[in-house]
Design a binder for this molecule. Sequence first.
Ligand SMILES: NC(=O)c1ccc[n+]([C@@H]2O[C@H](COP(=O)([O-])OP(=O)(O)OC[C@H]3O[C@@H](n4cnc5c(N)ncnc54)[C@H](O)[C@@H]3O)[C@@H](O)[C@H]2O)c1
Length: 355
Amino acid sequence: MRDSRLGFGLLGAGLIAPFHARALQASALTELIAVADLDPARLEKMTSTFGCKGCDSLDAMLEDPEIDVISVITPNHLHHDAVVKAAAAGKHVLIEKPPAMSLAEVDSMAAACKAAGVKACVTVQCRARKAVQAIRAAIDNGRFGKIYHADAYMKWFRSTEYYKTDAWRVSRRSGAGVTINQAFHYVDLLQYLVGPAITVQARMNNLAHPEINLEDTLLAFIDYECGAQGVVQASTALWPGTDVRIEINGENGTAIMSGERMDTWKFRDDRPEDAEIRQYGSMSAATGATGAADLGFQDHQVVIEDLANAILNGGEPMITLETVRPTLEWSLAMYLSAKLGVPVTLPIQDETAVW
Ligand SMILES: NC(=O)c1ccc[n+]([C@@H]2O[C@H](COP(=O)([O-])OP(=O)(O)OC[C@H]3O[C@@H](n4cnc5c(N)ncnc54)[C@H](O)[C@@H]3O)[C@@H](O)[C@H]2O)c1
């Protein structure tokens, strides 16, 4: 820590790294100290752009007393070992989504952080959006009444070239399929807003990327414990890509978020604050629909500052490993369902059967 700012070290200098760096540099609570990557060219680009130290390994960052938090932003299948190692060295961790590739890994990461007395937080940053928080508050306050439907529609586009930029992006076991990679944020929103689920049924196929051996399209049906039903439609095959829609329909109201915008916010008991809520997200433009770099860093900043506050003032961050674990379980259940051709009841009995 320097000047009462928490020092961060980024493990990974790839596509998402500049978003973390910008968020850290925009915050009064945090400072970007170092970046580590195995790829010297990517490392050099990050250190020269953001004016921070460059390291060739996680170990070098773990020895740096100025670093309080390691942001694990390596490919999806590499998160677990880095998190366990960072926790053992007494560093707090910020973990990119999906937190890991198995529930056993998530439990092991959570246990390691607990044993070391460090905080862990996952960047499912869409939860931080004002429109999402408004929907969550309306659900908590019973404004929807009985919820009938909770759906996510992610009609995106990613080119074959995008998939070919890194070996992990074409490997299912590395977490490259649309279900566990791109759709994770929106499955997470359904889980966060309306979960838990009882059963998940899914169908997956490859519509537009014949050279890549992955599902680029997911159709899933969810039966929620609260009695609602839902659809997840997620694809990276649908050019040019349009804004994600999250739709919640209850007996007394409907909310539809498009991208970050609250497109529909209607309740039988119209309230004075509703006019302002209808404007939430209206200025946002970058929603990830058309390309992986089509993102703002502000949502990341909210999540990072929330973690920083938990470290500085005590308490848990808003997005813990425990609160994201069910999202991973739903995603794995979708893979299992698509593989077996039957609905899967939660909790998953044997996750080793998933792949
Ligand atoms: N929250 C979001 O909206 C969002 C958006 C994009 C990516 N992500 C997540 O961020 C993570 C990284 O994605 P990306 O698109 O930046 O991937 P990427 O492949 O572009 O970058 C990952 C980097 O990690 C480096 N790396 C791999 N192993 C390493 C090691 N042992 N030590 C140091 N560096 C190592 C690679 O060389 C690479 O530069 C993934 O978990 C992904 O799902 C999240």
